[in-house]
Design a protein around this ligand. Structure first.
Ligand code: GDP
Ligand code: IMO
Ligand code: MG
Length: 447
């Protein structure tokens, strides 16, 4: 039995969908614990591509329960669309469950997200405009509507009548936009409620029951460490906690049930939206990474900014998430690069800086210090063991592991499930997060 968290170790889109799908083979339950339809997780199986925004990436296994946890925010229209699309592709959603404590994204959340981004002008965050920030703001402000409210028509009617009127004041006065019709919103959401009703559960209880049966639970993070509201590159972050700690809060489990944390990182770096990005490449190599890696947002279609691998943020992700191991994805995208650079530290105000600076203004001034390693200039797409890899590719992976002091358990060389090297069992292998005073991993029995 092992309960495992999968998180993004960079700025999102690391390939969490692919890795979660891969690991779901040995999971009984997969739980999405935060975020909303800003996420876009791609799973490719036997040539078929699935793009998931809210439904956990374990859904393709018919015997695996999939839970959208209480820490998520749910846009019912998008979720229903996702369910319908899966049905069209003959994927069952019988094993899908939705937490009654998740918050609901409403039309005014989307409107306010879009309008406020416009108003911010050059200070915009570059959000996905899916209403994520406003939905989480209402949760903190305690004016949010939860799935449990959606399931009670009388309560929903009263709550929405008041909330839409309240939001209309903001929409009209602050943003100069036409108001929403409360009646229309209420009718629409009552319809959504009936579509979602069969899936709604007390998710924390379901997870607890599974844990007691010693089932394997996989917690799937959305976004990434550097987009975390508390620990990311604030204010250029999302409004939830994608880091491993967020899994306990979002899923409603105690930290003592977690056995392993796996970080997913690309062999280079990408970022969508605004905000500092020290290793960004605004040159031909950046363009090449973008085109070879097909770096366009899964949710918005926006081009992703591309750059070299940054081991400073990698080390930070190891620390903040207590990573046991890494899955390195998209190594194949580097196949044709002559020389590869890796950021080993930053230079800021004449000083060498090994650690991620929490001060956003200092981070914005950081210049990468690179080490250059040779490329391998051959295809790795067909490699299935470490021995199959060209020596330079293997050396590159070893260099990354050394820089971040974390083992690489999985190497991904293509979008589909089978384009993968399993270096060591990431779920049942030795637990590495704990190091003794000499930096030697403390092994536990894993249970
Ligand atoms: P997520 O949000 O972390 O799940 O990542 P996305 O799905 O948004 O973006 C990752 C993209 O890279 C998707 O299009 C995947 O199909 C693709 N992908 C994942 N792993 C690999 C890999 O190892 N090589 C290549 N070439 N593509 C990959
Ligand atoms: P997955 O799960 C990459 C980014 C947006 C923006 C910032 C805030 O697919 O990795 P938001 O709409 O959340 O308020 O936007 O966060 N962002 C993502 N970037 N992958 C994602 O999800 C993201 N979800 C949000 O681009 O910079
Ligand atoms: Mg994505």
């Amino acid at each position: 039995m092992a309960n495992v968290i999968v998180i993004g170790a960079q700025w999102g889109d690391e390939g969490k969908g692919k890795i979660t799908d891969l690991l779901s083979k040995s999971a009984d339950v997969v739980v999405r614990y935060q975020g909303g339809v800003n996420a876009g997780h791609t799973v490719v199986v036997q040539g078929q591509t699935f793009k998931l925004h809210l439904i956990p990436s374990g859904i393709l296994y018919p015997d695996t329960a999939c839970i959208i946890g209480g820490g998520t925010v749910i846009d019912p229209k998008v979720l229903i669309g996702e369910i319908d699309q899966l049905h069209q592709l003959n994927v069952s959603t019988e094993q899908l469950m939705i937490s009654e404590t998740a918050h609901v994204t409403m039309p005014y959340h989307r409107l306010i997200d879009q309008a406020s981004e416009e108003k911010r002008g050059e200070h915009k965050i570059g959000t996905t405009k899916r209403g994520i920030g406003p939905t989480y703001s209402d949760k903190s402000e305690r004016t949010g509507i939860r799935i449990v409210d959606l399931m009670q028509p009388d309560i929903l009617r009263k709550q929405l009548q008041w909330t839409v009127e309240y939001k209309n004041a903001i929409i009209e006065k602050l943003y100069d936009l036409p108001p929403l019709n409360p009646k229309e919103v209420i009718e629409q959401y009552l319809e959504y409620a009936e579509r979602l009703r069969p899936y709604v559960v007390d998710s924390s209880l379901k997870i607890y029951e599974a844990i007691k049966k010693r089932h394997n639970i996989l917690f799937e993070g959305a976004q990434g460490t550097l987009l975390d509201l508390d620990h990311g590159t604030y204010p250029y972050v999302t409004s939830s906690n994608p880091i491993a700690g967020g899994a306990c809060v979002g899923a409603g489990v105690g930290p003592t049930v977690i056995d392993r944390v796996i970080g997913v990182a690309k062999a280079y770096t990408t970022r969508v939206g605004e905000g500092p990005f020290p290793t960004e490449l605004n040159d031909e190599i950046g363009k090449e990474l973008g085109s070879v890696g097909a770096e366009f947002g899964t949710t918005t279609g926006r081009p992703r900014r591309c750059g070299w691998f940054d081991s400073v943020i990698g080390r930070y992700a190891v620390r903040i998430n207590g990573l046991d191991c890494l899955a390195i994805t998209k190594l194949d995208v580097l196949d044709n690069i002559d020389e590869i650079k890796v950021c080993v530290a930053y230079e800021v105000e004449g000083q060498r800086c090994e650690n991620f600076p929490t001060n956003a203004r200092i981070f914005a001034k950081c210049k990468p210090i690179y080490e250059t390693v040779p490329g391998w200039k051959q295809s790795t797409a067909e490699c299935r063991t470490l021995e199959d890899l060209p020596k330079a590719a293997l050396d590159y992976l070893k260099f990354l592991a050394e820089l971040m002091d974390v083992p690489i358990a999985i190497v991904s060389l293509g979008a589909s499930r089978d384009c993968t090297i399993i270096v060591e069992d990431p779920i049942h292998g030795p637990k590495r997060a704990l190091l003794d005073a000499n930096g030697i991993p403390v092994k536990t029995n894993g249970n």
